[in-house]
Design a protein around this ligand. Structure first.
Ligand code: AHM
Ligand code: MG
Length: 340
């Protein structure tokens, strides 16, 4: 990289501030605080094997899964950073049962709320596989000057003002959108800055990858089973068979598919009629990014993820995301109830 031409995340966000005449730098400060927290998490993820931070904490999160120490560390870092930004009046996190409100004078005046999965793909922490952070930013709808309310968090995904993820992979990257395209920044650890490396990301219109946990196959709806068969069949016109890739970290699976072209599916199953992934802090931000990159995100049953009206903080939803053509095809199979 030519160092004289480096654009850092902060420079980029400030440059784009004019896109939001109403934001007056508030969004800039929020994004920059998220950037700082993710650098701290990056540091801990990188030394995770060296210190006593691996393994389980002995507590469970609101959806009953074991909390890992790094999950808790990341949650604390993001909560601290968002509180310090003074632009955010509260957050909803995968790791907290209820909303966390910031109850000081400055924060009560904050115009934004954040939904966050501080460390996604946590089953991969102990084995040195990519994990991530996912976040979404909304303008609050409750009265400024008061504590954030649950209604602030139960807004449709179409109302996101920004969303992004950080992938802690072979390098650490932040990818975000404010509704004017998607840009990716790679952390240069030698200068401690996220540098613009993937401007104006557009996902390929036709992908060749499908990502799904096939271990759940027998419990999948017939439409998904038929779509998988379609992916595996030989057809030179449509470049099939497709390639199967599944890491088990939504951020990492989505990031690869975004850049290379592929569909990610976490469908409803017999045991989990709403799938596994959470609408507020996993599906909505990823759906916003996917759409901004030219892709599509739906629940597989004809409903656009961003249009769903959330009814609870930890609500789950089936998730189909990828290039428009691939999601359309999968939905066609879902619609046909196995007749295709
Ligand atoms: P987590 O937030 O507890 O880590 O769970 C979400 C993760 C996603 O990152 C990933 O895509 C999915 O769960 C994997 O689930 P499964 O192991 O059932 O395939
Ligand atoms: Mg998660």
């Amino acid at each position: 990289m030519n160092e004289h031409n480096v654009t850092t995340l902060n420079e980029f966000v400030i440059k784009k501030q004019n896109d939001f005449p109403y934001a007056k730098g508030e969004l800039t400060r929020l994004l920059s605080h998220i950037g700082i927290a993710s650098k701290i998490v990056h540091r801990e993820v990188n030394k995770a094997g060296l210190v006593d931070i691996l393994g389980e904490m002995g507590t469970v999160n609101p959806t009953g899964e074991d909390q890992k120490k790094l999950d808790v560390f990341a949650n604390d870092q993001f909560i601290g950073a968002l509180k310090a930004s003074a632009e955010c009046c509260g957050i909803a996190s995968e790791e907290n049962q209820d909303i966390v409100t910031f109850d000081n004078d400055l924060a009560r005046d904050g115009k934004y709320i954040v939904t966050i999965d501080p460390l996604d793909g946590s089953s991969n922490i102990d084995v040195n596989v990519s994990i991530g952070t996912i976040f979404a930013i909304y303008r609050r709808i409750s009265k400024i000057g008061h504590k954030a309310q649950e209604e602030d968090f139960l807004q449709e995904g179409t109302r996101q003002v920004a969303a992004g993820y950080v992938i802690y992979g072979s390098s650490t990257m932040m990818v975000y959108t404010t509704g004017r395209g998607v840009n990716g920044f790679t952390l240069d650890p030698s200068i401690g800055e996220f540098c613009l490396s993937h401007p104006k990301i557009q996902t390929p219109t036709n992908g060749k990858i499908y990502s799904i946990n096939e271990g759940n196959y027998v419990k999948f709806p017939t439409g998904v089973k038929k779509y998988l068969k379609y992916c595996q069949e030989k057809d030179s016109e449509t470049n099939r068979p497709f390639t199967s890739r599944y890491i088990g970290s939504l951020v990492a699976d989505f990031h690869r598919n975004l850049l290379k072209g592929g569909i990610y599916i976490y469908p409803e199953t017999e045991n989990n009629p709403n799938g596994k992934l959470r609408l507020l802090y996993e599906c909505n931000p990823i759906a916003f990014i996917a759409e901004q990159a030219g892709g599509k995100a739906s629940d597989g049953n004809g409903n656009r993820i961003l249009d769903l009206k959330p009814t609870s903080l930890h609500q789950r939803v089936p998730f189909f995301v990828g290039p428009r053509s691939m999601v359309d095809k999968a939905e066609e199979f879902m619609n046909s109830k196995g007749e295709m």
